[in-house]
Design a protein around this ligand. Sequence first.
Ligand code: BGC
Length: 338
Amino acid sequence: MKKLVLVMTIISFVFIACGEKTEEVADQSKVGVALYKFDDTFISTVRAAIEKQNDDNGKMAALNFADGQGQQATQNDSIDTFIAQGYNALSVNMVDRTSAPVIIEKAKAAGIPIVFFNREPVEADMKSWDKIYYVGAKAEESGRIQGEAAAKYFKENPTADRNGDGIMQYVMLTGEPGHQDALLRTEYSTNAVIAAGIKIEELAQDTGMWQRVNGQEKMDAWLAVHGDKIEVVFANNDDMALGAIEALRAQGYFGEGGKYIPVIGVDATAPAIDSIANGLLYATVLNDSKGQGKAIYDITMALAKNEDPKTLPYTFDNGQYVWIDYVPVTAENYEDFK
Ligand code: BGC
């Protein structure tokens, strides 16, 4: 008898649970969101923005997030599962953006549209189907803004040129090799310094793979070799910039002695904004995760519902690309981005 009661109770719980779920999921579209890895500061903010947009829209989608764990094979498996389960649309942040053709082919065969974001498939792959879109930000622009910030600091502070040779000696912490943001931010940041009429000399460059701990380790090593010869630190993102700041603090920078060096990142993550507020990080560039998350969600949902995304209030560049602007963030305006 006891057993029967227990079984009945479990069954009714299951019914209640299902009942609630059915109510909530009525008309929901199934959307798979594949992230290159969950453990990335910036990507976590994009994920939060996608979730928020879904909440604000009465949970129109049953969102299923998949962690690629930095492995393309793992991500491919998740996408295979989404396809096999007849998902209505996918949002994909590739692990390796050159692997897009494999995913596009399978999705196309199953008729499941994709919105790629943050890691841009090459143009030929984007052109291979008209049901694929890309939401991102123009990496060139973020690099240019970084370079302009460095040039401004150099011009406004005569002591910034420590050895007085008229040349900006800098180090560069780059993101993951092959990532368009790493390549273009590296190139355009220094180009903008040159365009501002300042000569440059690179003392060191290495990848920190977007991670704070690597930024700290590389900067430690560079300080050991180049010490006070370094005049500017560029980092392709804020996490690495904040790591570099830790290394610099350990060498007496940003302390009572007034030793200072401009460190410039990209993203405007919450810790980066705090760092600017505390007089550590010199500048960053807003990589608008809210704007990107909203666009990713809106376009994916239109596709999931078989509607034309072009009716949404976004500008579609070449019919497939939606670009969200970068914004410079410094001590002058950081409060607007808190
Ligand atoms: C961000 C990085 C992030 C990377 C992930 C870039 O746009 O600036 O912080 O790690 O995307 O793909």
